[in-house]
Write a protein that binds this ligand. Sequence first.
Ligand code: TRP
Length: 449
Amino acid sequence: MTKPRGEFGSRLGFILAAAGSAVGLGNIWGFPTQAASNGGAAFVLVYLILAFLLAYPVLMAELLIGRHAHGNAVTALTRIASSPISKAIGASTGLMGIVVASLILSFYAIVAGWMLGFTVSYPLNAAGITGVGQWLTAFSAERNVALMVIFMGMTAGIVMAGVHNGIERWSTRLMPSLIVTLVLLALYVLTLDGAMTGLKVYLLPDFSKVLSGDLILAALGSAFFSLSLGVGTMLIYGSYLSDKEDLPSTGAQVALIDVGIAILAGFLIMPSMYVAAERGVEIFDASGALLSEDTLIFTVLPALFDTLGGIGILIATAFFFLMSVAALTSSISMLEVPVAFLVERFGWTRRRSALMAGTGIALISTIVIMNFDALFGLVIAVTTRFGQPLGGLLMCVYAGWIWQRNSLLGELRKSNPDAANTFFWRVWPLYVRVVCPVIIGVIFVRSVL
Ligand code: TRP
C-alpha cells in the first residue's frame, strides 16, 4: 500500500538539507589546496563559472526529474520514459545510482569515522585518558571498523527518523553550527603569524595556470563530487520538495552555498598551512606541491594544533567537529538513495530499510578496511571517476531527450506560470541536451583511458 511520502517542511529546510549533502569533506580538504596550487583566485573564478555552467544544469536535471515523479530514481526515470527500452535503461540508471551511492558511502564512512575519532581524542588526551586517545588516532583495522560502525549508526539513525523529522531536522541544526564553527576558526587562525602569507597564496590570481584543459576537467570532476551529482541523491531530495517551490532559484541557492563554503574553507585551510609552516611543520611534498587531502587533515593540521598550547585542544576539537558535521549531512543524503528505493519498491518500513541498507554498506566498508591498500583507492576511483560522470550523463539524456518537452515545461510551470519566458528555460534545455553530455562524455572518456 502506498503510504504518504515524506516531504520537506520548508524551503529553508530543503536548502539546508541539499546544501548539507553538497558541503562535505570535499569542500574542506580538497578545494582550498586545489585552488592554491592551481592559480589561486583565478582557479576560484573558473570553478565558480564551471559550477554554474555545467554542474548546476545537471543538479537541475536531477531536482526536476525527482520532483516531477515524487519517487526514487528507479521509479522516476522509468516514469518519464515512454518506450520499453528507454524505461529499462531508466530503471538500470536508477539502480546503478543506488549501487554507486552505496559504494561512495562505504569509503566516505571510513574517513568520516577518522574525523569522529580525532574529535574525541583531543578532549580525552587533555583529560589524561591518553591510551584511548592515541588508539583513536592511530591507523588500525580495529579502530577503522569501530569508528565506521559508529558513524554509520549515526547516519542510519537520522535517516530512520524520516525526511522531515530526521534529515531536515538534523540538517537545520548541523548546518548553522558548521558555518559558525568555520567562521570562528578562520577568524582565529587569521590572527596568527604567517596567516597572511597563506591568504596571498590562496588568492593571488595566476591566470596562466587555469587555462589548461586538464585542470578544467579536474575542476569539473570536483564540482560534480561536490554537488553530489550523478547517483540520484539530489533527485531523491528533489522528490521530497513541494510543487510550490521554484526549482531554478532553489537549486541556484544550493549551488551557491556549496561553492561559498568551499571558498570560505580556504580562508581557514590556507592560512592554517602557512601558520604551520612558520612553526616548522612541513607543508610541501617531495615534488614541492602543497600537501592536501588526508595528509593535510591528519598530519599537517594536528601538528599545527600541537603548537598552539592550551587553546590548541579547543581549536582541534572544533575543527574535527566541523569535519564530522560536514561528513554526516553528506552521508545521510547518500544513505537516503538506497533507503528510498527499499521503502518505495518493497514497501519496507523506513526503519527496516535504513537498518538493512546501513548494515549492508557497513559490511562493504569492513571488506574495504580489511583490504585497505587494494580496495580503498579503487572504490574511490571507480565511483567518482566512472560512476558519477556516467550517471550524470544519463540524467542529462533523460531530462533533455527522453522526457517530453511539454511535460518538462509543465513541471516548471507548477511554481512559475510564466516559466516559458524565463532565462532558465531559454538556456537550460540546450545545456542538458547538448553541452553537458558532450563535456561529461569527454571527461568520462579521458578518465577511463
Ligand atoms: N558532496 C559531498 C562532498 O563534497 C559528498 C557527497 C554527498 C556525494 N552525497 C554524494 C558525492 C553523492 C557523490 C554522490 O563531500
